[in-house]
Design a protein around this ligand. Structure first.
Ligand code: MN
Length: 151
């Protein structure tokens, strides 16, 4: 009888994204790009608890490559990020024919009108302000996910 391979290193190579070994077709995949560890962990936990599959990235560059690798259904993108800020990440996403249709919600700590108008003008699908209120964010996410599903 042949012994089954159980090498965790080998298994990790085939993982498409993050720590999720396989993608469940019935789950909506969210990519969260946030450099603040507390915000990232809290939001990630809350989304996971509500049944979303969550991938996380800690800076703009990582966010962009995760968006490419993971094909998320929606991206939550912090505007203020190291390496590459949210505006620059969005520019790259919109220039890529495979990623330009992924809905992107900008997240920012600053409730400034200029930020909001900048975000909309830059091409974000929506905008939300930290601290995040889950019912409000979930409503925005659902609106975008539902309109995407109808395409
Ligand atoms: Mn930030």
């Amino acid at each position: 009888m042949r012994q089954q391979e159980r090498d965790p290193q080998a298994a990790s190579v085939s993982r498409p994204c993050g720590e999720n070994i396989s993608r469940r077709k019935d789950m909506t995949r969210i990519l969260l790009v946030e450099d603040n560890e507390l915000n990232r962990d809290m939001l990630s936990r809350r989304l996971t608890r509500r049944g979303y599959e969550v991938e996380v990235a800690r800076d703009g560059r990582e966010g962009l490559s995760m968006a490419d690798m993971c094909s998320p259904d929606l991206i939550l993108l912090d505007l203020s990020l190291p390496e590459m800020d949210g505006f620059e990440v969005l520019r790259h996403l919109k220039q890529d024919f495979r990623m330009k249709y992924i809905p992107v919600i900008a997240l920012t700590a600053h409730a400034l009108v200029t930020d909001r108008s900048r975000a909309v003008a830059a091409g974000f699908d929506d905008y939300d302000i930290k601290p995040i209120e889950m019912p409000r964010l979930l409503q925005k996410m659902n609106t975008l996910l539902n309109s995407k599903a109808m395409l």
